[in-house]
Write a protein that binds this ligand. Structure first.
Ligand code: ZN
Length: 257
């Protein structure tokens, strides 16, 4: 976790703006004392002193922490934004980064989608709607999207459905790369053979839609504030996936695929 509670006065502190001498620091979830980790290479953060039963902040990768810090720092200088906070405690959710845009739209950025179960992602998405907060699920870059074909994970397909056919991969600061997943066609080669009696049989010679693979149509990087807006969307289902009615923070691009 990037933030912790400090006392005298009681306040929330951010690891990369805080010195060890300002401690002790406490977990905002369980209240236990935390260590502050300020290395030269790793992202500054707080961690529980083992052993602990608290799972808050566990399993956060360095890539995840780096993404949160970078987005937060980049948004600090945006004049359209106020109420910016890291790891804000809301009822039932704790968005990685949250803020208000133009004095009216409340936005939550969630970047750890790969660490979560689909049930949890869906629960949080519903909760944000109840709180009237527009949620933006951002994914860590998946280098496989640059290939001729790739096999999206289930949460990538889910995000694709939620955001009207695009997924946002983080690329630095407030920039994300939108990708649309197109069908990938597999060739079923033409074959022919002779059955007993000499009659010729043939098969294949056509293309079919791959169930496993997609082709990513990748857009140039866009900005999470300039190119996005608040959208309220209805529930939507396909034969395999279901997204709830949601308040989303979605890009305003023309369809590019
Ligand atoms: Zn804790």
């Amino acid at each position: 976790m990037l933030t912790a509670l400090s006392r005298n006065p009681e306040r929330k502190v951010i690891a990369h703006c805080t010195e060890k001498s300002e401690g002790p620091f406490f977990c905002p979830e369980c209240g236990d004392e935390l260590l502050i980790r300020k290395g030269k290479i790793r992202v500054h953060h707080f961690a529980h002193i083992p052993p602990t039963n608290c799972i808050y902040g566990s399993g956060e990768s360095q890539a995840h922490l780096k993404c949160k810090v970078e987005i937060f720092d980049a948004l600090k200088n945006d004049s359209r934004i106020d109420k910016l906070e890291l790891e804000r405690r809301l009822d039932g959710v704790r968005p990685d980064i949250s803020f208000r845009v133009d004095g009216c739209h409340y936005v939550a950025i969630e970047v750890q989608i790969s660490d979560l179960s689909l049930d949890d992602i869906e629960r949080r998405t519903k909760r944000y709607k109840e709180l009237k907060v527009n949620v933006c699920w951002i994914l860590q870059m998946n280098d496989e999207i640059w290939g001729e074909r790739f096999a999206p994970r289930v949460w990538e397909k889910w995000a694709h459905l939620l955001y009207f056919g695009r997924v946002y991969y983080w690329t630095g600061g407030t920039k994300v790369i939108p990708a649309h997943f197109d069908e990938h066609m597999l060739e079923v080669p033409h074959t022919s053979w002779h059955v007993e009696g000499g009659e010729e049989r043939t098969a294949g010679g056509y293309y079919r839609v791959s169930k496993k693979y997609k082709e990513a149509r990748i857009h140039d990087p866009i900005d999470l504030i300039q190119d996005f807006d608040a959208v309220q969307r209805d529930r939507f289902s396909t034969s395999k996936l279901d997204v709830p009615a949601a308040w989303v923070w979605a890009d305003q691009l023309e369809k590019w695929w």
